[in-house]
Design a protein around this ligand. Structure first.
Ligand code: SF4
Ligand code: SF4
Length: 628
């Protein structure tokens, strides 16, 4: 600039114009060349599919910073502060980032540096005109809590579906904003997130809109795996009526056995969702005794123009235990490659290449842990609550060889190399899709060296009886109580009578225990969790054929007391409960399942930190049906 300013007069201005002209020609030639390069690269990526290549080494397009969190301000979606929509806005943020990384000592510099360097976040080329937006999938496991009680589901069998405490964190707006912020701050113009919410029942998540709206505003998407077992006025269902495609990418709505109690009501919800503009799948788990329902369900789906999506029952026994006829019935309804891969038992993960950790991640919102996909438990790629994520740059070999890769999302989204189901998934997403024979595609996969899982049990589910339609509420309540060590506070029957003389004199069961007999008897347990304090021998008639129960009335003054029915050999408890300190006398019941193998009622210290527990024992009684 300075040498231009040193000239004078007409000659000088003519020279100036000439120089400017030459400079313009150069700039325009350079621009043309750069555009040519971009078009060539865009064409290559267009051919290789909608997910653009990942480049770590050339930070030529903006770093994914999309909201004001960087500047220490409260959460504000990008377009609300108007700073960084589109390439120009993001470029501006990038420049500021680079400035702020120049060692100014600003605490935000550390955060930015951590994202740019230690997280090694991929820099994804942005080609907004020629390249469609690519969606990186986050399989988001919300919680175990669910409104259903499916017979083939371990969450139901164990009672975990009743664990409503898992919803509690979602009531905190800080918690919700942290999740949204995690994804918003890891975005580029050409690459967005698609959060596939699952559980449990994701529609019952408190503050669903608070989580979703900032993501929608920044053009991210959400998909749902749901059983739709919520009322039409439930906030989760209303949310779906108000937000449809493309914000909600699709709804995988399972028609579980309990839905059969109100088929019309279930399909009315499907119709409402379809009318609201959703892309809906009606998923149907192929329990053998339900297979004859498929033609009718398929007809209903065809009428509503939504995809009928039967899937393989995946359990300890299935798909191996299907008869050929049952397999034929299922295959005759399949309309995608994913469904066929699943009935083959999935893909053998030994040596299997996939884009886990780059095109897909799995996030557990109970722990925050992030893994390459929902199937594998390691390696950890970060933690959402620690704001850490280390994406992979290239395909990986499955980190868990010898198991089966069978999550359909991985095929539908072209995550697993050589198992690309995008075309058929897209058809299904758009409406009812007629069944199709996929044997040629399966044969081609085998020819390409893809191995299906040899052991055709899915190895998931883990339920004792995968043929049950669903559990009763009493069964899952009882299992929840057992699994959480909660005391049983009532019995289903009222005709039980006291068995006199069965409960013997209390005696110490640990060297440091203190027992002061009386009404109530005061017990101070030894220090140390699980240490025994007292035993009350139980002289139950060994020829009793009926059930018997120990009723305990107690109040725990400090710590937590454990109460258990010990077997004769002293190696196991037939039943056990724990009572925490409180102000009221509690009544609990322990079951004596085997009256021939019972020794005593044990009272022990179950305080978490091992401090001594102090227990007031009001009375202990053994109950049995009349006539014993
Ligand atoms: S399988 Fe059934 S019980 Fe289990 S999480 Fe899904 S809807 Fe709930
Ligand atoms: S091969 Fe399948 S199971 Fe293994 S990491 Fe990839 S997607 Fe997950």
């Amino acid at each position: 600039m300075r040498w231009l300013g040193s000239r004078s007069g007409n000659k000088r201005s003519q020279s100036l114009r000439l120089e400017r002209l030459i400079a313009k020609i150069w700039v325009s030639a350079l621009n043309g060349f750069l555009k040519f390069l971009l078009i060539v690269e865009a064409s290559k990526q267009w051919k290789s599919g909608p997910f653009p290549a990942i480049t770590y080494s050339k930070p030529r397009v903006a770093v994914p910073i999309t909201h004001s969190r960087l500047y220490g301000a409260p959460f504000v979606p990008a377009q609300q502060n108007g700073s960084n929509r589109g390439g120009g806005g993001v470029q501006y943020v990038l420049e500021r980032n680079l400035e702020r990384n120049s060692g100014s000592g600003d605490p935000n510099d550390g955060w930015i540096a951590a994202n740019m360097i230690t997280q090694a976040r991929p820099i994804i080329p942005s080609l907004p005109v020629l390249n469609p937006t690519a969606y990186r999938i986050a399989e988001v496991y919300m919680f175990d809590t669910c409104t259903h009680k499916c017979g083939y589901c371990w969450l139901a069998e164990s009672g975990q579906v009743l664990d409503f405490a898992q919803l509690e964190p979602f009531r905190s707006l800080v918690f919700i904003d942290k999740i949204a912020s995690f994804f918003l701050s890891r975005t580029t113009p050409g690459t967005k997130w698609l959060l596939h919410l699952t559980g449990g029942e994701p529609l019952i998540a408190p503050n669903l809109d608070r989580l979703a709206l900032p993501l929608f505003a920044a053009e991210h998407r959400i998909a749902f795996s749901t059983a739709l077992f919520v009322g039409r006025n439930h906030p989760g269902f209303r949310f779906l009526l108000e937000h449809s495609y493309p914000q909600v990418d699709h709804i995988m709505a399972s028609f579980h056995p309990e839905a059969e109690l109100d088929v019309a009501g279930y399909f009315e919800k499907i119709r409402m969702l379809k009318d609201a503009g959703h892309k809906v799948f009606v998923r149907f788990v192929g329990q053998p005794q339900r297979l004859d329902r498929m033609p009718e369900l398929s007809d209903r789906c065809r009428d509503l123009d939504v995809c009928f999506y039967p899937t393989t029952l995946m359990s300890e026994n299935y798909p191996r235990a299907y008869t050929e006829e049952q397999k034929h019935l299922l295959r005759a309804q399949f309309s995608s490659l994913s469904q066929h891969i699943q009935i083959e038992g999935g893909l053998d993960t030994t040596g299997l290449l996939c884009h886990g950790g780059s095109r897909v991640i799995s996030v557990n919102l109970q722990t925050g842990n992030i893994t390459p996909c929902a199937t594998v438990k390691t390696p950890s790629l970060g933690n959402i609550f620690e704001d850490r994520l280390e994406l992979r740059a290239a395909p990986i070999r499955c980190p868990q060889p010898g198991i089966n890769c069978l999550c359909d999302i991985h095929f539908q989204r072209n995550i697993v190399v050589s198992a690309d189901d995008r075309v058929w998934f897209e058809r299904q997403r758009n409406g009812f899709t007629p069944p199709e024979d996929f044997q040629p595609q399966l044969a081609a996969m085998r020819q390409n060296g893809v191995r299906f899982y040899g052991n055709t049990t899915a190895g998931i589910g883990g339920v004792a009886d995968d043929m049950r339609p669903f559990y009763t509420i009493d069964e899952i309540r009882e299992n929840y109580r057992k699994n959480h060590g909660l005391p049983r506070t009532e019995l289903a029957r009222t005709d039980l009578r006291e068995l006199p003389g069965v409960v013997q004199q209390i005696r110490p069961a640990g060297a440091q225990a203190q027992i002061r007999p009386g009404t109530p008897t005061r017990i101070v347990t030894p220090v140390g969790r699980w240490s025994y304090a007292a035993a009350l021998p139980l002289a139950v008639p060994s020829d009793m054929s009926a059930e018997a129960w120990v009723r305990i009335r107690t109040r725990v003054l400090r710590g937590e007391g454990g109460f258990g029915v010990l077997n004769r050999s002293g190696t196991a408890f037939q039943d056990r409960s724990f009572v925490a300190a409180g102000t009221e006398i509690r009544t609990i019941f322990l079951q004596i399942a085997d009256t021939a193998d019972v020794q005593s009622l044990i009272i022990q210290n179950s305080t978490l930190d091992g401090q001594a527990a102090e227990i007031l024992l009001e009375d202990v009684t053994v109950l049995a049906p009349p006539g014993h």
